[in-house]
Write a protein that binds this ligand. Structure first.
Ligand SMILES: [Fe+2]
Ligand SMILES: [Fe+2]
Length: 197
């Protein structure tokens, strides 16, 4: 009996792992194949370890900080704008899904670095809905630029460290995130060029 229970729990664990990975892979593939991220730059493969110089706290503000640049703030802003501004709906939802993937990858990273993603509180003070479509797009552009600046600040902290697998992974992930945010900024700038005269 003990053996069969062990087998069952092992099977369950394996299925759960596989299931979680399958959905992770599926959603990564999905957002890669939509035109709302830079699919020439890929998420890195690999692992990170605690104690390699990169501190998980460095990523807390951009994960779900109450500020104008966190990934959680971006998700709520774009999903809300999708509902408010009918003409922007498709683009905002597409971008929001990419931001969800960013949040997911940062959460995995913070956990891998020995950090904590549960305790940080969030509220929506900095979400900008926009008073017009143009205003909504400008709010998005501002947020994307602020996020890129924050990612660059983290890169500046990592670069002087003694380089190892963990620092390499973090820099590759940050390069991917910046490439996507730049793609979003370009989408917003193109929209403004085409729609504001
Ligand atoms: Fe993002
Ligand atoms: Fe973005």
């Amino acid at each position: 009996m003990a053996d069969s229970t062990t087998d069952k729990s092992m099977m369950y664990r394996l299925m759960k792992e596989r299931g979680a990975n399958a959905i992770d892979d599926l959603t990564t593939g999905l957002v890669n194949n939509m035109n709302y991220s830079n699919h020439t730059v890929l998420y890195p493969n690999g692992e990170v370890e605690e104690g390699q110089g990169v501190l998980p706290e460095w990523f807390y503000p951009v994960y779900k900080g109450t500020n104008g640049f966190s990934e959680l703030n971006a998700i709520i802003q774009y999903v809300s704008q999708e509902s408010i501004w009918e003409n922007l709906g498709e683009m905002m939802m597409g971008i929001a899904m990419v931001e969800m993937k960013h949040l997911d990858k940062l959460g995995d990273l913070i956990m891998g670095l020995g950090g904590n993603i549960a305790d940080q509180k969030y509220e929506t003070t900095y979400v900008e809905y926009g008073k017009s479509e143009e205003d909504a797009i400008r709010a998005g552009l501002k947020a994307e630029k602020a996020t890129i600046e924050e990612y660059n600040r983290i890169i500046d902290k990592i670069k002087p460290l003694r380089q190892n697998e963990t620092t390499e992974f973090c820099l590759a992930l940050l390069a991917k995130l910046i490439a996507d945010e730049q793609f979003h900024a370009n989408l917003f700038e193109t929209w403004l060029k085409e729609n504001v005269h």
